[in-house]
Design a binder for this molecule. Structure first.
Ligand SMILES: *Cc1c(COP(=O)(O)O)cnc(C)c1O
Length: 407
């Protein structure tokens, strides 16, 4: 067997995968238009007669891309969730059901104003919120469910919508990782009542920072807009403030970069999908390695991440931290990924501060899968060519087999 790169052997891959972010002349051209226009912010006018501001253009374009009626831009994906919750009527001390296998922002977004995350475990074969377990967690305080489309795959929006409707609570989609993802042929984000996206540096559409709230509900869109615009009303006077809000406006510079990025988005989503299908085929029967279920209602996966996991027994004798080190040394960018949010003292402490009670929450599937089994291959691998996918598969096989003592 080939000697592992980590032990001084030849790495499977020496070539780099594409860098991220990717930008071209389009971004520079649009940015210089913004500079010249003098219309730099999300408020105020231009020095040029007839100049068309870029934020509204981007909001419409992005909302259409996700099949949503309205898009409200916002400074990042974290506050996008806070605003979505507040627009949906969630108040301090209300409970918000969410999966624990997600970026911490899904939980900090409600905690920042005293709404309480209630973690409901995930499905082992998808890493997504388990609809089977949601109803049991609903109490009179529950006001919303956040479905997180982790890695770009989509939570069961049919069942979660039905549960939300039955109990008269809001369904919010945290689609930060799901730009381009589709459920039954329709873009995610506004399939629930309201959804959020992130344009932070690592995300599949980026301006360094940024976010978007999408919905098909005019009232929710107006509330979100008002919360992002110091409580103004869209058709009100400038110093008319009807409610309390922040200034969470994005800049025109970010809109310019995002419009440039959107030129390549469709092609990139398609490329990641083709490469992920190929990688699925190559990894299908690999010893120790398991693939997540492909739900055929997820008609397109945005693939922010390519996730897979180590079989439970295999992972017991081959810790994923070691697996990951060996895979990285073979030239494949990979990550260990999230630990279940039930493991974070900061969250438990914050809940205790707001409620005055200790609430020990455990989610055994998320805790085991997150800490011991799941690995991520970053989207840059999927953005490369086919050869890069064959390399990733060969490296995975080499590492998986390195589990056996050398004969
Ligand atoms: C990135 C991310 C966020 C937060 O977005 P920011 O723009 O970084 O604030 C929220 N939820 C998920 C699932 C994310 O991946």
């Amino acid at each position: 067997m080939d000697k592992l790169a980590i032990h001084g052997g030849v790495p499977v891959r020496n070539k780099p995968y594409p860098n991220w972010p990717i930008s071209e002349e389009e971004e520079k051209r649009l940015l210089s238009e913004v500079i010249d226009s003098g219309k730099w912010g999300g408020s105020g006018g231009s020095n040029l007669a007839g100049y068309e501001a870029k934020l509204p253009v981007f909001e419409n374009k992005f909302a259409s891309f996700q099949d949503a009626g309205y898009g409200v831009s916002v400074v990042n994906g974290t506050v996008a969730i806070t605003v979505a919750l507040q627009a949906a009527g969630v108040k301090p001390f209300d409970e918000v059901i969410m999966p624990p296998y997600t970026f911490i922002a899904t939980a900090t977004a409600p905690l920042m104003f005293g709404a309480i995350p209630v973690f409901v475990d995930i499905e082992e074969d998808t890493m997504l919120l388990d609809p089977e377990k949601v109803e049991g967690a609903i109490t009179p305080r529950t006001k919303a469910i956040i479905a997180v489309h982790i890695g770009g795959t989509v939570a069961d929006l049919d069942r979660l919508s039905a549960i939300a409707r039955k109990h008269g609570i809001a369904l919010i989609e945290d689609a930060a990782q799901a730009v381009g993802s589709q459920w039954k042929g329709k873009g995610v984000g506004a399939i629930g009542d309201i959804g959020t996206f992130s344009f932070q540096s690592s995300k599949n559409l980026t301006a360094g920072e940024g976010g978007m709230i999408v919905t098909n509900d005019r009232t929710l869109a107006d509330k979100a807009w008002s919360l992002c615009n110091v409580g103004r009303s869209r058709d009100g006077a400038w110093y008319q403030h009807d409610t309390i809000g922040w200034n969470l406006r994005l800049t025109e510079f970010q809109a310019a970069v995002l419009l440039g990025q959107m030129e390549r988005l469709e092609e990139q989503v398609e490329r990641r999908n083709r490469n992920a299908v190929l990688l699925d085929q190559l990894l299908k029967d690999m010893e120790g390695v398991r693939l997540f279920k492909n739900d055929n209602r997820v008609t397109r996966n945005g693939f922010h991440l390519y996730m897979f996991y180590l079989e439970e027994e295999f992972a017991r004798s081959f810790p994923k931290s070691e697996f990951m080190k060996r895979l990285s040394a073979e030239g494949i960018p990979c990550a260990s990924g999230y630990s279940s949010l039930t493991n974070y003292d900061a969250i438990q402490k914050s809940i205790e501060e707001w409620t005055g009670e200790k609430r020990i929450q455990t989610c055994p599937v998320a805790e085991r899968m997150g800490d011991q089994q799941v690995l991520w291959i970053t989207q840059t691998v999927l953005l490369g060519d086919e050869e890069g996918i064959y390399d990733a598969a060969r490296a995975l096989k080499k590492v998986a087999q390195s589990h056996h003592p050398v004969m």
